[in-house]
Design a protein around this ligand. Structure first.
Ligand code: HEM
Length: 396
């Protein structure tokens, strides 16, 4: 048990582990012994992380992973139904390209713009309910989770009432402690649910993304399950955690909160800065070298695993001076929170729209918003592959 693994212990809930920040001072790429003894690499530098993520010499297919990938990180990767075609996050070109092309048009800035009124309506309805209920309450349950969850359900055509059937299982998949059997069972349940839904839609199509994909006729059932699995799971856990953790960050940085609330022109950049500063994808992404590649003087051998540390890369002083400070007015564009290269987040415009609408609406409707517990009492998601807060007790 003397192996060095990815440092995950945070001293401060909003700062990456100090050991990784220290490594960054030494250089952009490091040999790292993963928990299982496999020797790979840890990337801490911004430009190195971009170079790896943009390089065609690295793969994201599970088959090319080192046979004994680091267990904690392998679990971190396990939003992945191993059987399913269509889960294109874990594919390389040309397969990846084929699926991604089918979907790009649905997630453009223009298409997402059309969803904005509905996102605003959903946000307002959550705030109405919060006001009616009165504080203290859990902001995750009342606001951060339902907004993105409702939006992605409506977009895909998944009945929101069915969410109990996949939210518990997606929590299981994102938990770093989940064992392989438990993860496979959860994947099986979500896939079975989606399979049923796809059959139903085949008979009674409606005006939603999933019905459109079915009617397009290019994908078989297994592929449809894989694609919808990815969109459903990626689409609500991520933004939900940004809204929860972002609100925590603003409440504990009142000057930044005031800037986001009082100046509408700040919100757009403020969202980018929150994405950068919080970097909720906090372990990985990982890639495997397809051949020997030299990056920043390091020779990465074919088959070796490279872990990008996005939270630290996003604080690289060469790219973001004074990056440990949350500053909603700094130029924060170019951060790596949505990844980079061919797998760069498909849903980023949707996530941005949700956050641009939700944060200011929350802060303006409830100007007295504050934590209902001390900051130290807020349970952080250190045990999950997507960082955030488990609960955020607030009042106003
Ligand atoms: C703030 C919220 C979000 C964050 C931080 C985030 C982050 C990421 C990151 C880092 C990747 C790349 C992973 C890699 O390279 O291995 C990714 C990919 C992806 N994301 Fe997001 N995401 C967010 C919201 C969403 C939403 C709302 C959707 C809804 C559709 C979504 C769908 C996807 C998909 C489909 C991919 C795979 C793209 C591909 O492989 O081509 N994401 N996301």
């Amino acid at each position: 048990m003397s192996h060095v693994s990815m440092p995950t212990l945070r001293r401060q809930p909003l700062d990456p582990p100090e050991e990784v920040l220290r490594l960054q001072e030494e250089g952009p790429i490091h040999r790292m012994t993963f928990a299982d003894g496999h020797l790979g690499w840890l990337v801490t530098g911004y430009s190195t992380a971009r170079a790896v993520l943009a390089s065609p010499h690295f793969s994201n297919r599970p088959e090319t992973m080192h046979p004994i990938v680091p267990s904690r990180l392998e679990i971190a990767r396990r939003g992945v139904p191993p059987v399913t075609r269509g889960f294109f996050l874990r594919m390389d070109p040309p397969d990846h390209t084929r699926y991604r092309k089918l979907l790009t048009g649905q997630f453009t800035v223009r298409r997402i713009k059309m969803l904005e009124p509905r996102i605003a309506e959903i946000t307002a309805a959550c705030l109405d309910e919060m006001e009616a209920a009165g504080g203290p309450l859990d902001l995750v349950e009342a606001f951060a989770l339902p907004i993105p969850s409702l939006v992605i359900c409506e977009l895909l055509g998944v009945p929101y009432e069915d969410r109990a059937q996949f939210q518990v299982d997606s929590q299981i998949l994102f938990n770093l402690e989940t064992g392989a059997d438990e993860a496979l069972a959860a994947i099986g349940r979500i896939s079975a649910y989606l399979h049923g839904l796809i059959q139903h839609k085949r008979e009674t199509p409606s005006d939603d993304l999933l019905s459109g994909l079915i009617e397009g006729g290019e994908l078989d059932d297994e592929e449809l399950i894989g694609v919808s699995f990815l969109l459903l799971v990626a689409g609500h856990e991520t933004t939900a955690n940004m809204l929860g953790l972002g609100t925590y960050a603003l409440l504990t940085n009142p000057d930044q909160l005031a800037a986001m609330r009082d100046d509408p022109s700040v919100a757009e950049n403020g969202v980018e800065e929150l994405l950068r500063y919080l970097t909720i994808i906090h372990l990985g992404p990982l890639r495997t070298a397809l051949e020997d590649v030299e990056i920043e003087g390091a020779l990465i051998k074919a088959g070796e695993t490279v872990a990008m540390h996005l939270p630290v890369a996003n604080r690289d002083p060469e790219r973001f001076p004074d990056g440990d400070r949350l500053d909603v007015t700094r130029p924060a564009g170019g951060h790596l929170s949505f990844g980079h290269g061919i797998h760069q987040c498909l849903g980023q415009q949707l996530a941005r729209a949700e956050m641009r609408i939700a944060y200011p609406a929350l802060l303006r409707r409830l100007p007295g918003l504050r934590l209902a517990v001390s900051p130290e009492e807020v349970p952080m998601r250190s045990d999950m592959s997507i960082y955030g807060v488990h609960r955020l007790p607030v009042t106003w």
